[in-house]
Design a protein around this ligand. Sequence first.
Ligand SMILES: [Zn+2]
Length: 216
Amino acid sequence: MPLPVAHSLASGIIYSSADADGSLFTWRRLLLAMMIANAPDLDFLPGLLIGDPNRFHHGPTHSLAAVLIVAGIAACGAALGARWPLRGKIEARAVAGTAIMVGALWFSHILLDLFTEDLFGPFGVPLLWPFSDRYFLFYPWFPNVARYSGPSGPLAFFLSLLNWHNAWAATAEILTLTPVLALSIWWRRRRHSGTRETTASYAATSSLDLSSSDSD
Ligand SMILES: [Zn+2]
């Protein structure tokens, strides 16, 4: 697993790219994107509760099936009105757009994990769960996150994350993904140039759009 730094930068890249169809930029929507992109690592929580943080990490939340399930839940939410505010008012497009955005954010997490060094077996992520127990790791581009591997309390576990190796890991993540983020922001602005951001009224009806006051 990379640090939340990498997952948050990836969420910014997807938000800038996929949400570049004329919808308003909002910091709160970006924050929501970051939370979704980091959410697969919530599988640390059950382990933290029983004093063994790594116990359930890299489980089913790190699979393609999870991407489909989460995208399906997002589609249902969109059909009920909780849409990711995309330009246009065609119902099917809003539902599909929300599912694709949420699915892409979740998938970005798995993708980065597939390219991160892993020192705790089984190595990688169970990409094809529940159809296969095999774990996948494509290439260890990002450094591993150094942390307690054995049983520990939540405080000791979080303190174990504060070390020079992880500072280097964060630097490597920033150096790799910031240029891509800059490119996606440039592309978003290019798409916006010459067109007004026209979805304010549509966005205002969406419960996923938490604010429309802070724009580019
Ligand atoms: Zn992860």
